[in-house]
Design a protein around this ligand. Sequence first.
Ligand SMILES: [Zn+2]
Length: 206
Amino acid sequence: MEFSSKLLENAVYEMSQLPGIGKRTALRLVLHMLKQPSEQTMRLTNSLQHLRNDIKFCSNCHNISDVALCEICANPKRDESLVCVVEDIRDVMAIENTGQYKGLYHVLGGKISPMEGIGPQNLTIPSLLNKVKEGIVKELIFALSSTMEGDTTNFYIYKQLEGSGVKTSTIARGISVGDELEYADEITLGRSIVNRIPFENSLKSS
Ligand SMILES: [Zn+2]
């Protein structure tokens, strides 16, 4: 792509670094911005800057939050003995949308993937194991997507918790294999949390 302007080229390049945005789409977006009032672009850049500078991760569940302890963890009505283990904030949002879950979450920040060099230490797994040791948690619900990495992660945590007395369960796989949690419809997802099964049972069936 030949550019008549270096400024334009740079903006298109940065935009094209976003997932799903090719060079042509990036160019379209940048040209669109140039046609809009400059305040609009300023609002966008300001919001991104604030996001990067001010965003926090909840000290308890590691979910993205504006404050040190997120709204869910700070809510006394939530059952802190129940912790749902998820990959990222999209899963928290999907489960919250079902209105069926009143426990807390633990956001791992990814899944164990030897292929990509992601081990337990690269995720918030040590923090989860520490939390369990404190003795408040009675049940962990695994709600990672049913991919090989998801299964590996569940199994690793399950093994680490053996003998701890904490119950482990997994959301019932009404959701077909390979589906990401975020795409499951609310009713199916809500039902699968209510009808969760002991983790051991999921091992036998697979
Ligand atoms: Zn939290």
